[in-house]
Design a protein around this ligand. Sequence first.
Ligand SMILES: Nc1ncnc2c1ncn2[C@@H]1O[C@H](COP(=O)(O)OP(=O)(O)OP(=O)(O)O)[C@@H](O)[C@H]1O
Ligand SMILES: [Mg+2]
Length: 328
Amino acid sequence: MSGQMVHPSALIGTEIAGYRVEGELGRGGMAVVYRAKDLRLGRTVALKLLAPEYTRNDAFRRRFVQESRVAAAIEHPHIVPVFEAGETDGILYIAMCYVTGQDLRALLDRNGPLPVPAALRIAGQLASALDAAHEHDLVHRDVKPANVLVARGVDGDHPEHVYLTDFGIAKKSLSLTGFTRAGEFVGTLDYVAPERITGRPVDGRSDLYSMACVVHETLTGAPPFRRDDDLELLWAHQYDPPPALSVERPGIPAAADEVLRKALAKTPDDRYGSCLEFVAALRTAMAEAGPRGRTPTLVDPHVPGALPAAGPVPDPPAWAGPVLGGPA
Ligand SMILES: Nc1ncnc2c1ncn2[C@@H]1O[C@H](COP(=O)(O)OP(=O)(O)OP(=O)(O)O)[C@@H](O)[C@H]1O
Ligand SMILES: [Mg+2]
């Protein structure tokens, strides 16, 4: 099957490098991700295969190999573990931990803006993954909701477990050469930092900017800048002030506007020093909203496993629930 144009669904039921392809999980710009069975260990994995039409494209092949090496190098509870990567019969593949859940893109499309505590929990986990990558001198460069997988968490205090995936266009931050050639932009324009647009050096603070766009979207349902035209969108990232969160989502305190403004600063030096610092500032600002901004705890009557409340139990407010719904 090497080099042939094969429709992705034609692979279902076939065996590739010791994995039996069982079904399609999703597809992106350069690959299709399948649910597959590792026939040696009997476990289910997510098998990412380079789309056949790209197998002869050297730039895409290099990007794919780079992704697997970079992702495999980092071990972190909020980064998708990579098991194996390689090439067989002209097909490039990467086998990784199968995350049961949904990507954040699907979650937002289905639910709209998230409850504030859920958005903060997800932001905190994403921030710890990104800071860990940045400590390894790695920049993700494609932080967006589709690359954030949300699985069910361990208990009511931790209703979601977030995994960051796709270090596909990550590279050593000190190296200014990459696979993105002039005129060929790799990534999504909704989350792109201004310095990437102008070709200035990119580091962890560019991921922080993209993450702030994602956080804005989890809280309001849309990224900060929306324009009809790609060029207008690029212009907005570079020059327009972001809209105020508190206006887009009433109930959010004005202090949070300042936090987002700083995370979305046009100049990296003006942003927070780390992603976790950004989330800490956001939590503090949100706490000013009073109980609505407070993360539910075991003493809250609506939380599973909570201590029994004295008197009538009120209906759980809409913001209190886990975002994945249904029993574990
Ligand atoms: N480890 C995984 N476990 C379960 N589902 C996954 C896993 N990795 C990816 N997916 C699913 O496959 C989809 C497609 O992934 P893919 O990375 O190919 O596309 P993308 O992120 O939308 O775009 P891009 O090519 O720009 O990264 C994801 O959005 C996700 O829903
Ligand atoms: Mg992806």
